[in-house]
Design a protein around this ligand. Structure first.
Ligand code: FES
Ligand code: FE2
Length: 491
């Protein structure tokens, strides 16, 4: 819906339309208007819309700066939500392990002898030593504590207790490693640290993910059919929620990433919230931002030239056929380029799936892009706990998930490439320089925002009703977990 659409009575056309909060949209064609004219239309989930006004109260800065609030998040939210911990291919063989940490919580995920996946609380039952270091991975057919050597099988059974004669009070059954619930979706291993979470708060992974698996099934998207081409692990100078918010909206593109306004939409992106834990934006590529005035907008042929010369100046630019637009031709071009690069045939994909930025957020830590050209997966979490400055620091991981080649060997998952706060993404091998610049621009904002949260006289952030609804949904969901846990504790 555009602003022009809301007035149906010509008699009131001259009167400024007073919209209800959240009803306004950027004037001109919005995402749904753009994709419906695509030469290959998108699958039904891309056309679904799910937006409702969620209020317009400020989001208090205390929720970003207070160690007590972060502690409440750990106690009531991070401890009870499903979080993506690793990819299945990070632990392909029996005995492989991977450690996922958030705050004080640490999950040791292992592949068992039968190929099954289990997760254990990463702490020895003797004197508490962590069995494996934070963020480590590797091969360990037995889980042996580095302190005194108590040892468990990958099924969690206590199989060796040095000087057993001194521990008549320890029986193997009671000293099995406590498990953490796991779930699998899309090639991702999820964990939930709470094994007795109230139904509303956790339930099964499938229940928790709500519309996300349905969308992927209906559209035929399968992230388990991808491999990890690039893995970046970056330290960000911001509360995890501020860091995540920066990737939940396209509103900041005009000011922060203005280099892309000629060839990408922004204010006309679509925002959706699906149930308790899922939100999405859809943002068109190979269109020009509505912010660009008419006299400066490239025609479709010029737009196609800009897009193609940016990728490879030597590629000949085809004439756009009658009835098509730059994005139709560009999508076919990218299907060929990426088909060659990744040994696949992508010619069945719609224009939107091929080139647009389609991002799903599964609260609290996971972002999934099902598209072909923009194939990232992100996750955000606090870097550290409430005692040591974790309120102002986040870990941001970016994985490029590329289609597995149809013939030949699937590459092993890329090792993480670590970037400290001041390190530039442009130094990462294998990522396009233009993306590195974009991500560096985001980091600079986050550092300034973290300082501003404390220096501001106004004590909260004021969000746009539509474009920033996903940020509001994030905060609403954190609060819901904290409030519902507090209520449950009282009863
Ligand atoms: S603390 Fe683990 S064996 Fe002693
Ligand atoms: Fe950005």
């Amino acid at each position: 819906m555009t602003i022009d659409d809301v007035s149906t009575d010509p008699a009131i056309d001259a009167v400024p339309v007073r919209l209800r909060p959240g009803d306004a949209r950027c004037p001109g064609p919005n995402y749904a208007d753009i994709v419906v004219d695509d030469s290959v239309p998108p699958p039904a989930p891309i056309l679904e819309q799910s937006y409702a006004f969620r209020g317009d109260d400020d989001i208090p800065y205390d929720e970003f700066t207070s160690p007590d609030y972060l502690q409440a998040e750990f106690d009531h939210m991070w401890s009870r939500t499903w979080q993506w911990a690793c990819r299945e291919e990070h632990i392909p063989e029996p005995g492989d392990y991977y450690v996922y940490d958030v705050g004080d919580y640490s999950a040791l995920i292992v592949r068992g002898p039968e190929g099954d996946i289990k997760a254990f609380h990463n702490a020895c039952l003797h004197r508490g030593t962590q069995l494996k270091p934070p963020a480590s991975s590797g091969f360990s057919p037995k889980l042996r504590c580095p302190f005194h050597g108590w040892t468990w099988s990958t099924d969690g059974d206590l199989v060796d207790l040095p000087c057993e004669w001194d521990f008549p009070h320890v029986n193997a059954e009671e000293f099995a490693l406590p498990q953490i619930r796991t779930g699998l979706w899309g090639g991702f291993v999820f964990v939930n640290f709470d094994d007795c979470a109230p139904e509303l708060m956790a339930g099964t992974l499938e229940e928790y993910l709500g519309d996300l698996p349905r969308h992927f099934d209906e559209a035929g998207w399968d992230l388990s059919d991808r491999y990890v081409e690039v893995h970046i692990r970056k330290k960000l100078p911001a509360n995890w929620k501020a860091a995540a918010e920066a990737f939940l909206e396209a509103y900041h593109i005009l000011e922060t990433h203005s280099q892309s306004v000629m060839t990408a939409g922004d204010a006309n992106a679509q925002y959706d919230v699906f149930g308790e834990h899922i939100s999405r934006f859809e943002h068109s590529i190979a269109t020009t931002s509505p912010h660009v005035p008419a006299e400066k907008r490239p025609d479709e042929q010029a737009l196609l030239t800009m897009l193609m010369s940016r990728k490879n100046p030597d590629d000949p630019v085809p004439e756009i056929p009658e009835g098509e637009r730059a994005r139709d031709v560009y999508a076919r071009h990218m299907q060929q380029v990426l088909g060659k690069a990744y040994d696949n045939d992508f010619s069945h994909l719609s224009v939107a799936e091929t080139i647009d930025s389609i991002e799903y957020y599964a609260f609290p830590n996971a972002f999934f892009f099902p598209g072909l050209q923009i194939p990232m997966t992100y996750r955000f979490r606090p870097d550290g706990d409430a005692r040591d400055g974790g309120v102002d620091r986040a870990i941001y991981e970016v994985l490029f998930l590329r289609p597995k080649p149809k013939s030949g060997k699937v590459p092993l998952p890329a090792e993480p490439f670590d970037l400290d706060v001041d390190d530039s993404y442009t130094t990462v091998p294998g990522i396009p320089g233009s993306l590195g610049v974009v991500l560096d621009q985001d980091t600079a904002n986050l550092a300034a925002q973290t300082r501003g949260f404390r220096s501001s006289k106004k004590r909260g952030q004021t969000l746009g009703n539509y474009q920033e609804v996903r940020a509001r949904h994030l905060h609403d969901t954190v609060r819901r977990y904290i409030d519902e846990s507090a209520a449950a504790d009282v009863t």
